[in-house]
Design a protein around this ligand. Structure first.
Ligand SMILES: C[S@@+](CC[C@H](N)C(=O)[O-])C[C@H]1O[C@@H](n2cnc3c(N)ncnc32)[C@H](O)[C@@H]1O
Length: 256
């Protein structure tokens, strides 16, 4: 699958998931709350007048930002049209790797859990371009080790990829430095969620639109026996609360 085809598949997944997203997006809401708290840990744009929510999804981040900066002009961007239907105010259907927005515009560039679907260098370079001088960047992503249990369950069953490849925190740091951003603050938090069984976890990822794993995806389904082996491998990790799913959440803030 080339990059363009892959991106289209990701966009279509999120488009389809727009109706179910909110019912399963507990982690995503939690991460938005953490990202807002991360902004408050630094001299922030207390008088932020122009804010961009890049990869806005159904708009939880927008509502948080509007509550924090009620007088700000808020622009929301997402490439999945379905996601934009739920958000209010100024919206643009656009790729955050190539924003149709003027340079030096936003006091705050916000993007929560979208960049892991993109080329981080391109997204951060675009963020730096559209940020106003002294503007604040606030980005969350998922790092290496995310969904390690799922990776473990599928390990060795075939040559295909079953879990998205997540990048290390260092890559985001390098992208920020390359884009000329300064005063970088990076933190990775390990967050664990629990599911009653593997099917529920996979259904949750699909309902979020997060079921695309990039190139080298398996084209067909598994036979019954292989599937039972995968379930048994995941089940060996079961805890009292259920099957664990770990997310390495990267919180990144910087200044232009
Ligand atoms: C996991 S959701 C997060 C949504 C929202 N920020 C939140 O915290 O709930 C990821 C979002 O990023 C969007 N997205 C992914 N890649 C994108 C790209 N290249 N350009 C624009 N939006 C993108 C998806 O359509 C989806 O709405």
């Amino acid at each position: 699958m080339n990059e363009r085809v892959q991106k289209r598949a990701v966009r279509q997944s999120f488009d389809r998931a727009a109706v179910s997203y909110d019912s399963v997006a507990g982690l995503q809401r939690q991460v938005c709350d953490l990202l807002l708290a991360a902004i408050s840990m630094r001299p922030a744009p207390t008088l932020a007048t122009t804010i961009l929510d890049a990869g806005c999804g159904t708009g939880y981040g927008q509502r948080l930002l509007a509550a924090q900066w009620p007088d700000a002009r808020l622009v929301a961007a997402d490439f999945a049209h379905g996601m934009l239907i739920g958000s209010t105010g100024e919206r643009i259907c656009a790729d955050i790797e190539a924003l149709p927005l003027p340079a030096d515009t936003f006091d705050l560039y916000w993007s929560s859990l979208s960049i892991q679907w993109c080329n981080p260098q391109r997204v951060i370079a675009e963020a730096a371009r559209v940020l106003a001088p002294r503007g604040v960047l606030a980005v969350s992503s998922l790092g290496t080790g995310t969904l390690a249990e799922l990776h473990h369950a599928f390990a060795g069953v075939d040559q295909h990829r079953h879990v998205l490849e997540f990048s290390p925190e260092q890559l985001l740091a390098e992208a920020c430095t390359a884009a000329g951003l300064r005063n970088l603050m990076l933190e990775t938090r390990s967050i664990r969620r629990y599911h009653p069984d593997l099917k529920t976890l996979l259904r949750t990822l699909k309902s979020l639109g997060a079921n695309q794993v990039g190139a080298n995806r398996r084209p067909g389904l598994f036979g019954r026996q292989v599937w039972q082996e995968i379930e048994a491998r995941y089940d060996s990790l079961r805890e009292d609360a259920g099957l664990p799913a770990t997310y390495q959440v990267i919180l990144c803030t910087a200044l232009k």
